[in-house]
Design a protein around this ligand. Sequence first.
Ligand code: NAD
Length: 441
Amino acid sequence: MKIAIIGTGYVGLVTGTCFAKKGHDVICVDVIQEKVDMINQAIPPIYEEGLEELLKQTVKEGRLKATLDFKEAIQKSEIIFICVGTPSFSNGLLDDKYVRSAATSIAQAFQEGQEYKVVVVKSTCNPGTTTDIVKPILEKSKLTSGKDFGVGMNPEFLREGVALKDFLAPDRIVIGGNDERSQQLIAKTYEGFEAPILQVDPTTAEIIKLASNSFLAMKISFINEIANIAEKIGSDVSSIAQGVGMDERISNKFLRAGLGYGGSCFPKDVSALYQKSKELNVPSKLLEATIEANKIQPLRAIKLLKETLEEESLKDKRIAILGFAFKPDTDDVRDAVSVPIIEKLLAEGAIVYATDPVAMKNFKKEIENENLHLLSSIEDVLISAEGCILVTEWKEYKDISPAKFLELMKNPILIDGRRAYEHDRFIESDVKYKAIGLGNK
Ligand SMILES: NC(=O)c1ccc[n+]([C@@H]2O[C@H](COP(=O)([O-])OP(=O)(O)OC[C@H]3O[C@@H](n4cnc5c(N)ncnc54)[C@H](O)[C@@H]3O)[C@@H](O)[C@H]2O)c1
């Protein structure tokens, strides 16, 4: 099939390259010249495992290219996926300005007598966006919905870090076409995917996406609360989670306690559904609690650090931070918990030395402070530190030995914010190891 992808970020570029791998002809459209040039040179503008290889292959085979030109991309395509960003408004709802602008450009590129096309929203959006916002914008083209074009919503469930695998082998494909013809065309794009397909209306598809992420976020906030209780009681949340997760009705996924969820999806998606529920006058206590619990969880790392240091104040203390990315294997720092942790440390007067193997460039835009030093070497960050907080469980950080912490740090305190280390490795060492949800037995 001939496919246009509007927006070449994490979702758009992965969607485009994976569809090209499946044999479709893909044209990616973005508004940023630099991204378009990079894609045409087979250089991914984002970091994602395996993407560079696949992009090289599909560009070389002539099955994927990028352009700034909407007209060319839209006219050559039977199906158009909108994959632009939907950041949060300050009230929590998702800002649809990029979706509107993409839809406007698509409408302007429509031509009378064109072959039937389906415009599919893949971006996560507020319930009703596809039907009440995107469709009317497309209708301004004077073409007729249902006759000249169709609309649909096809939420994306990929996770950064394993995005290609998730896209190519999803648990399910949700298709929210507004009529039978659109449903069929969208389903045809996914021929050859071995996943169950659920066909619903566009608004239901939008809610499925928000509800799925909210549920996963709620599971994380839940186990984090259990972790905080376990710490006080002197138990280990890992064993608790193992026991709870062995129940198939619950499952052990998303039951790892830590410093809270972050990233470009969970925080904004939960807030969007919560805000929508308030607008509808059916406020959700569970969504509210999920958000509140996640706000305080990152700061537990600082509380643990102070307790271990036996100090009320962190003023002038040199603190090491390992990791900015919201999770390993991505350079994404959007809503990463590293931000509130470092902000709080700086507010308390600490001098922060921090590192990340791939997210350094993105993090530089987040916080600027004379007491924050971003360094590329783990050793330079740990040296003379009076405490270290592991924020992102990158493999290279998990491999740091207790001896290394001892050798480099002035005061070898390690706060494991992600339960990344085997506790036993530290028992015999002089490193003071504390972890979320690990009570003193
Ligand atoms: N990142 C994830 O893991 C993930 C997973 C599932 C769903 N989603 C959802 O998918 C959507 C996209 O997320 P993302 O992380 O890929 O965003 P992103 O910010 O990485 O990428 C968005 C891209 O759209 C481009 N763009 C903006 N306006 C445009 C326009 N008018 N025309 C063409 N291009 C335009 C931007 O230049 C950028 O390249 C969001 O709604 C997000 O919630 C993201």
